[in-house]
Structures are given as C-alpha cells and as structure tokens.
Design a protein around this ligand. Structure first.
Ligand SMILES: *Cc1c(COP(=O)(O)O)cnc(C)c1O
Length: 383
C-alpha cells in the first residue's frame, strides 16, 4: 500500500536519537530547549514551547489566552476534531465558520458576516482558530483586521503548515495572530513521533505556557505567592498537566528540522507534478492563493457530484494499493457534535467539499514511480 502520508527517517535522525539515549536526559532537558530555539528561529517567532502533541498545544494555547466557561471559540469545520475539542475541554462553547470554496480554509467573508450577527446578539467569540488546511495558510491579514475590530484573539492551527508562509511571512511568526500551533505527528511535514509546539511573541504568554505544561508549577521566586523557602521550593500557582516532550523526541525534531527545506521542496515538486499530470482529468485540483506558499501537507482533488463518484474512485484506488484518504469529515457532523445541537446543512460549503474530496499520497520519500502509479490508477478509475 502506498500511504497518503508517512514519516521520512534517515541515519542522521537515528543517530540523534541514539546519542540522546546515551545522554543524561531522557525527559525534557537540553535537547528540548535546543529544539525550541531552532524552531523559533526558523519561524521568526520570539518563543516556542514544545509539548507532547498538537492537541496538548491547542489546549495550552486556549488556556493561556484565558478561554473558559462562558467563552466562545470559533474555528473551521474542515479540520481534525482536536482543534474544537480542546476548547470543549476548557468548558467553552464551540462554533464554526464555513470554508472558502477555493482554498477550503475558514472564509474571512463568512467570518465577517457571522461576527456582525454575533455582535448584535452580544455573543462574540473570545478566540478564532483558523486552520491552515493542507499546508496553505489562511488569509491571516483579513482575519487579523477583524480581530482588532471585534476584540478576539487568534490561534493558528498550523498542524499542516510548518515551513509555509503568507506574503513572505513564515507561519509561526505570529505577525497576524497571538499564538501558533504545530503538530509533529508522523504524517505531518516533520515528526517527533508524537509532539507539538506553541509559538508566539508575548513573553507573558510563554511563561503561562511553560507553567501549564508542567502542572501549573513554578520555580521562579518572582511568580510565587509566598516567600521562597529554599532551593527545594516550588509553588503550584495554576492547574496544568504533564504535557512535556521528551529529549529523545526533541533530538529527532531538531534533526528533522535540518531536513525541513528538503521535505518542503520535495512536497512542492510532487504537488506541481500532480497539477501538470492531472490537468486533463475530470477533477478539481487544489486552489492556490497567490499570497501563500504552501507546505503541501495534503494534495486534495475534488470529484464532481454527490459523493457517488468519490466513493467509487476511493474504493478502486484502495483496492489497488493506493492509500487515498479523506480530509476532513466536517467536525459538526460528528455524532458528539450533533448531540450538542449542531445540524447537518449548517455549513454547506464544508459539507459539499467533504462529499467530493479525496487526498492523494503526498510525502517526502514518495518516488516518481509511485506517483506515476497513483496517477495511472486514478486515470483508470475516472475513465
Ligand atoms: C494532526 C492535527 C491535529 C492534532 O495533532 P496531534 O499532534 O496528533 O495532537 C490538530 N489539528 C489538525 C488540523 C491536525 O491535522
């Protein structure tokens, strides 16, 4: 089976992990700090806080920005459930903004309309989380303008988009947002096995994130509520979790980061080749925003109709060892969200897109031969 995505591990990655196994630190230590500085530097962020998954990173980002009961968080329905779930875990209300029909990202026009209605009803969101779907950044300047006007915070779910940029600005710099989250799951652009990161600019947020990553505990006398009692002393000043990344994983992360440009170049080349080779077929290729440089996490094509052709093509390709997939089942369609009162039909653009979408194999390490196989099987399935 040619999978839709997979990790790319070389000898340098393996050597980095083995060296850490022989070092003094297994859990969070110097390798985590090194990984954090390297990613922050690469993405032009003031700080980066490494954690054990993007799911944890989303929870931390929302919590550090003060999201809680009585607050609202809005995001795209075209995302993995974690983006919305993290807000539910904090007792906040979740709502969705329909997607743009070309980029499949949260649509700034729909967002502006929904904000005007919410303002009149006194139900504005505290946080809006755009998701850089498939690696292509959202129209962040448009969202940032609305954030100023309506007073909400912006968290970028950039799980697909490390290495991407918008108007030349790297994703993660947080020029148009408060915080940005990356995922280092093996199917993403680069991996630490499991892992995630929160990037930002405001040092006060960095302090909160670091405390919440380790139970809400501080060893900084400046942050303590009582007098420091000695070298052993720490204080729990908030309620957090153990969301730490290990040094073993961070060593892999730093090694993978050294290879990020090569990964991005290969993904770009494969995506361009799909674009050329699929040009004559009855399908819609991914829409490209000229202001965006995508990290090409996914290559999604759309097949016309109500889902019948998509199902046929999906089954035919899977039967022939092509590990196609579908991203995403709209979150509000999930039974858990339906039970909360969301209705089918509420976000028609995301629902129509879902009926028609199919993700083709795309990863660093996919050979041209394998890509030809995908293209030929797809041509056959559509003829
Ligand atoms: C993968 C993914 C997540 C969750 O990432 P984990 O690291 O697996 O927790 C969240 N949001 C999006 C958009 C993702 O693709």
């Amino acid at each position: 089976m040619i999978p839709y995505g997979r990790q790319n591990i070389d000898e340098a990655d393996i050597a980095a992990v083995v060296a850490t196994l022989r070092s003094d630190f297994l859990t969070q230590g110097p390798a985590v700090e090194q990984f954090e500085s390297a990613v922050a530097m690469r993405c032009n962020a003031r700080f980066a806080v490494a954690v054990n998954s993007a799911t944890s990173a989303l929870w931390l980002a929302y919590r550090a920005l003060g999201l809680g009961p009585g607050d609202r968080l809005w995001t795209s329905p075209n995302t993995f459930v974690a983006t919305a779930n993290a807000a539910l875990h904090l007792g906040a209300e979740v709502d969705f903004v329909d997607i743009d029909p070309d980029t499949y990202n949260l649509c700034p026009k729909r967002l502006a309309e929904k904000l005007a209605v919410a303002e009149a009803a006194g139900r504005l969101p505290k946080i809006v989380t755009p998701v850089h779907f498939a690696g292509q950044p959202c129209d962040l300047p448009a969202i940032a303008e609305l954030a100023v006007r309506y007073g909400f915070r912006v968290v970028e779910d950039a799980s697909h988009a490390i290495g991407a940029s918008y108007q030349g600005e790297p994703v993660g710099s947080c020029r148009w947002s408060d915080l940005t989250v990356f995922s280092f799951h093996p199917v993403k652009i680069m991996t630490t096995g499991e892992g995630g990161m929160v990037l930002g600019r405001d040092p006060a947020l960095a302090t909160r994130l670091v405390e919440l990553r380790s139970h809400g505990v501080t060893r900084d006398p400046q942050r303590m509520q009582r007098e420091c009692e000695g070298g052993w002393y720490y204080e729990q000043i908030d309620l957090g979790w153990n969301f730490r990344l290990t040094d073993i994983q961070a060593a892999l992360g730093t090694s993978q980061l050294n290879r990020l440009d090569a990964f991005l170049a290969q993904r770009q080349e494969l995506a361009d080749r799909y674009d050329r080779e699929l040009a004559g077929l009855p399908l819609m290729r991914p829409g490209r925003d000229p202001a965006a440089d995508s990290a090409w996490h996914l290559y999604v094509v759309r097949l016309a109709g109500d889902g019948t052709i998509r199902r046929q093509v999906f089954n035919a390709l899977r039967q022939q060892g092509i590990g196609v997939n579908v991203h995403y089942i709209p979150v509000h369609i999930q039974p858990y969200y339906q039970a909360m009162g969301f209705t089918v039909g509420a976000y028609p653009e995301a629902e129509r897109y879902y009926q028609q979408a199919i993700s083709l194999p795309l990863f660093a390490g996919l050979t041209l031969e394998q890509q030809n196989q995908v293209i030929e099987r797809l041509q056959e399935a559509l003829s």
